[in-house]
Design a protein around this ligand. Structure first.
Ligand code: PLP
Length: 434
């Protein structure tokens, strides 16, 4: 078992190299050399297994013998210490709540697993590790929480100034300790570009041991497959084919779902649900991929104009657009539709959704409308808690959303962030003086 670059222009890596480097030198993304299937017997009795038990089996299947089983089990059990319940909404629909982690967003899964696995590797070396992460909102909070206090690791978070919610900003900028926030005068794509350039800069590489924490890191991707398999285990009792609707930005979440299907999970279909940043929908319709600058929407964690993980999806399907279409539908929605969906679901089912979750809800409804003869269980993924987006949710629904405990305690803490331009020279100068 090894990991190759989707661009095939850089050497293969072992797990340690793939996780610590984050990105292959050819600007591709790491993929496992082969993907085995879990045995059918595993799925026959899966409803009797706990979430950590399922997660460990999936991790072993995807990572094979790259980490000794006892060590991998410890990593998985430490990372997956909160639930991902499947909440029934109506006869055909259920919501997979990925919002029960420390930062109240699904990125906690990836961040916690990566923190554990990196700590495992750092313990074996003496050199300090610097983690660079660009965030459009929720990554930063999850990474900050996941790595807070982890010895031997410094985390540097780049976020687009004024493009994330106040509470999201608090989650990145109030922890201190080994977590530093850089407030970039630009967009998420600018932040991501700065991080990518840093990894391609040999002088920086000699000065600091750098790693990334974006969804492009394999250690973020693998644990996201866990909850699809666990969701299947919970949905199995309904006895119908399962379709997942995934609110997508950089497409790490959807890619992990495709991996879950590849290892044998009986998943009928996927929906890629997008906001106005619809380059994937257009690729799906036309087979032409035209990345462009992102536009700001209410579902800001999905404001990505050049989704990195498309490389992995194309790799998984050998660049065959028809094979991609056979597994994935793609739809996109306006902010107005997003707000309407939040209202409708609150009024009809008394269920509160964040704007990203609302896009996923719209996606599963489009699927049902476009496949009227199918009797399925539609699962839409709740990727963040509605309280993280009070400024959108409260006026839309005309209600007060109570703050969960771990958000409430951040409100009065002072923000600490270093201002940064979008020029790579400035970012590099900052890193060189560390
Ligand atoms: C990051 C994020 C997304 C998009 O996930 P990708 O894996 O980048 O496609 C959706 N919703 C929320 C709340 C997020 O934080």
């Amino acid at each position: 078992m090894f990991f190759y670059s989707t661009r095939h222009q850089s050497p293969n890596a072992n797990l340690r190299q793939a996780v610590m480097q984050g990105l292959p030198t050819d600007n591709g993304l790491y993929m496992p050399s082969h993907i085995e299937k879990l045995p059918a017997s595993f799925f026959d009795q899966i409803e009797n297994l706990s979430f950590p038990e399922i997660s460990f089996a999936v991790a072993q299947c995807l990572l094979q013998d790259t980490i000794p089983a006892a060590d991998l089990k410890e990593i998985v059990y430490k990372a997956i210490n909160f639930d991902a319940p499947l909440i029934p909404i109506n006869q055909n629909l259920a919501c997979l709540e990925l919002t029960h982690g420390p930062s109240l967003a699904f990125k906690d899964f990836g961040a916690r697993f990566m923190a554990q696995i990196m700590q495992y590797f750092v313990r074996q070396s003496k050199q300090k590790l610097y983690i660079l992460v660009a965030t459009s909102g929720d990554t930063g909070g999850a990474v900050a929480q996941g790595f807070l206090g982890v010895e031997g690791i410094e985390v540097i978070i780049l976020y687009p100034s004024k493009k994330i919610s106040e509470l999201q900003e608090k989650q990145l900028t109030t922890l201190g300790n080994n977590i530093t926030a850089l407030e970039v005068a630009g967009t998420f794509d600018d932040c991501q570009h700065l991080v990518k350039q840093a990894f391609l800069d040999t002088q920086l590489q000699q000065h600091l041991q750098l790693s990334s924490a974006n969804s492009i890191n394999l250690a973020r991707l693998v644990p996201q497959a866990f909850y699809y398999v666990y969701a299947y285990a919970q949905a199995k009792k309904y006895g119908k084919p399962v379709v997942f609707s995934v609110p997508s930005g950089n497409f790490g979440n959807l890619t992990a779902g495709l991996l879950a299907k590849r290892i044998g999970t009986p998943i009928h279909h996927f929906v890629a649900a997008n906001n106005a940043n619809n380059v994937f929908t257009q690729y799906h319709h036309t087979a032409l991929f035209n990345p462009r600058s992102s536009v700001t929407t209410l579902s800001n964690a999905m404001d990505v104009g050049n989704p990195s993980n498309l490389q992995r999806i194309q790799d998984l399907y050998n660049n065959d657009i028809d094979a991609i279409r056979a597994d994935i539908d793609a739809y996109d929605y306006t902010d107005q539709q997003t707000v309407e969906a939040m209202k409708q679901v609150y009024e009809k089912y008394n269920y509160l959704m964040c704007p990203h979750t609302a896009v996923a809800y719209l996606g599963i409804n489009s699927y049902l409308a476009n496949h009227p003869t199918e009797d399925i269980t539609g699962v839409f993924l709740a990727t963040a808690h509605p309280a993280k987006f009070l400024d959108i949710v409260e006026p839309a629904l005309n209600i007060k959303v109570p703050l969960p405990e771990n958000l409430a305690k951040l409100v009065d803490r002072p923000k600490q962030a270093i201002p940064m331009s979008t020029q790579f020279a400035d970012f590099k100068a900052y890193l060189m003086q560390l």
